[in-house]
Design a protein around this ligand. Sequence first.
Ligand SMILES: Cc1cc2nc3c(=O)[nH]c(=O)nc-3n(C[C@H](O)[C@H](O)[C@H](O)COP(=O)(O)OP(=O)(O)OC[C@H]3O[C@@H](n4cnc5c(N)ncnc54)[C@H](O)[C@@H]3O)c2cc1C
Length: 460
Amino acid sequence: MVPEEVIKELEAAVGAGNLSTDDAMLYVYGFDVSDVTGKPDIVVRPGTVEEVAGCVKVCAKHKLPVIPRGAGSGATGGAVAPTGGVVVDLTRMNKILELDLANLQVAVQPGVVIDQLNQALKPHKFCYPVIPGSDKMATMGGVIANDASGMRAFKYGTAKDYVLGATFVMPDGSVVPFGCKALKNVAGLDLLRLFAGSEGTLGIMAEFRVKVLPLPPSRGVLVAYFEDLETAGKAVINTYQAGIVPSAVEIMEKSALEVVNKYRPQAGVKVAEAMLLFELEGDLDFVESQARSIGYVLDALAVGDRQFSADPAEAERLWSARSAVGAATSVLEEGHNRVYEGEDICVPLTEIPRTLRKLRELRDKYRLGTVIFGHISIGSLHPAITIRKSDERDWKAMKELAAEIHAWALSVGGTVTGEHGIGVARKEYMAIMHPGAYEVMKRIKRALDPDNIMNPGKIF
Ligand SMILES: Cc1cc2nc3c(=O)[nH]c(=O)nc-3n(C[C@H](O)[C@H](O)[C@H](O)COP(=O)(O)OP(=O)(O)OC[C@H]3O[C@@H](n4cnc5c(N)ncnc54)[C@H](O)[C@@H]3O)c2cc1C
């Protein structure tokens, strides 16, 4: 129980209408999409940088945990409160502060949703190319704090590559602006890259200046069907070696094609061992010539079964199977739900075919419904495991399966998380993956947050 006096101090910082201790409200804040849960003691919803700082100062004084939160779409328990404390919900701070397109940048508050920013940029023919699958809900704060990315990460990079400046609210409540309007700045230690991906464990990011790019005038989508996984893996590497950099290359393994067919039969998706989707962007001539070049790569591999379109509606139709796969996992087996464990590995490109085979083997071994897809362009694979959540045997098998998937990714030189982060769910892997570097990270954490109030229990 948080003493009444602390609640009064927080109310003074944020305004009485923007604080809640209502049990039902707190319950809702106890989840993200993972299975990690934790109800906070208090939720505050600040509207300004000063209010964020005021709340953090009160928490620092009373040594209360501070849990920054955007949309709560994270998949590792990062925004929930397993040890209680104060959730700082940043979604009221949802204004685009400045469109400075001549300087290729915008200033935003942390609660701006990615799609909201892209809708605002579209009429000006600009875009923010960090587009996770959750772009219609995820916030700028959550995306930058997780260094999120998505299908276009190989060509366009991840969230940290676009941050030019941020206002940090440090664990003692002090406000520290950093960065500038120049597109390049190497003055001193790169605090932007330190905070991007720190999952709210070093402070709250309360304002951002981010780089944006001109919107490509045309888009084409090429889909190709493969009768074996090795050839699909080879097609990606050969595409790069032919000098082509698609904006996305996605894979849907047979399980993903089957489940989309079941979920949306009208999409008429063909079932093969694997399908690759190549997205190409640029002016129309460029898109068409890149598609022809990928065609030569596929010809050399004797892959004839393919379709291409640069017509916006047809390209969208070709892409639609990929858009549906996340939702489709829910119909894989009745009574089974997706769990976000063992689902975010990233492996070197040359290991993709072996990894796809391994994932199939493990799926057969554990007999759990698992749909396999991913951003093959960069080696990110999402084996989406589904279980009966009320069945303890399913939980046990799922945990073992996730551990084997992680062990495999590490054994081939990969990682247990390519994009969703560590949070609570994958904390045990920090010491396994980077024993020496983890100690350095802990020293940084202790130096900036000696009382460990910022998002305790996450990463560290
Ligand atoms: C359907 C679906 C698809 C997804 N697809 C992708 C994908 O393609 N790529 C990908 O990378 N992720 C993906 N995710 C995971 C998730 O959406 C992203 O990690 C996203 O970055 C989370 O944003 P959020 O606003 O929901 O953050 P939250 O879940 O609220 O928080 C995430 C973390 O950021 C911290 N945080 C939030 N705001 C701030 C702030 N202002 N300052 C400091 N710390 C902060 C929180 O404490 C927490 O640790 C997906 C999730 C879903 C449900």
